[in-house]
Write a protein that binds this ligand. Sequence first.
Ligand code: PAF
Length: 274
Amino acid sequence: MKAEALKVRSAGSQSVLVPTMGALHRGHIELIREARRLAGAKGSVVLSLFVNPTQFAPGEDLGKYPRTLEADIEVCKTEGVDVLFTPTPLGLYPEGFSTSIDVGSLGTKLCGLSRPGHFNGVATVVVKLFGITAPDIAVFGKKDFQQLAVIRRVVVDLDIGVEITGVETVREADGLAMSSRNRYLDDKARKEATAIAAALKTAAALYSTGEQRSAALVAAALEVLGREVSIEVEYIKVSSAESLEELETVDKKAFLALAVRISGTRLIDNIELC
Ligand code: PAF
C-alpha cells in the first residue's frame, strides 16, 4: 500500500482516501463518488476496509459486525475505486504495538459516554491509515458527526496535512439513515426505526419556525420517539458542531444528535440546525 501511495505521490496526482469498515451500502457509495470527484480523472481513490477491533469495547458487536468482502469488492469495481486496502488486525497492530491517540473531551461526550475509548480507537486507526495511504484528502460521512468532529480536531492538533471532507447522510425512502448496522434489524425493528428520522425532522421543523430552545426541540423529538415503545433513547442532545458541548439555545452551528436502541441494535443519527 505504501509503495502504491508513493507512486501516486510521485506522479503528482491527488489521492483521496475513503476509510470504511466494509459492508458497503449506498452511504459508502456516495463517499466513493465524492472521493472520485475530488480526486479528478487522474487522481487515485483508495478505499480502506478494516473492521478496527480497538474501537469496539468488550461486549460490543465486533464479532458479529457484517463482513461482506466479495460484495464490497464488486462495489469497488463498479464505482471505479483505484485501490482497495484490506489490512489484517496483525498487519495494523503487530506484536509490540503500544501507541494510541487520546482525543480528550471530544471523545467523552455523546456516544463517548456509553462507548468509552471508542473515539481514541477511531482516531488511532485513522491516523495509521493516513500514514500508510498518504492521502491528500479523506472523506467521512456526516451521519457519524462526532467522529467527523473528532477527526477534524485530530488533524489540526497533530498537524496532519490531510484535508477532511464530510459527505451528507444518505437515507432510505422512509428517512432511515444508511448504516451497516441496519442489517441487524428485523422487520418489526426496521419499521420502528423510521421514528428516528421522523423525530429529527419534527425537531428541525420546529427549529425552522424560530424555536431555539434546545429543551423544546428535544421534547418535540422525544414525543415522536415515544410513540414507538420499544425504542430506548440513550441520548438526544443539541450540541455545538465544533466543540460538541451541549447547548441550551441554538445560537451557533449545532446538531441535534441521538443514539437509540431498538431490539438491542444501537443506531445513531443527527440533523444540522444552523
Ligand atoms: O466510520 C467508520 O467506518 C470507522 O469508524 C472508520 C472511520 C473506518 C475507522 O475505523
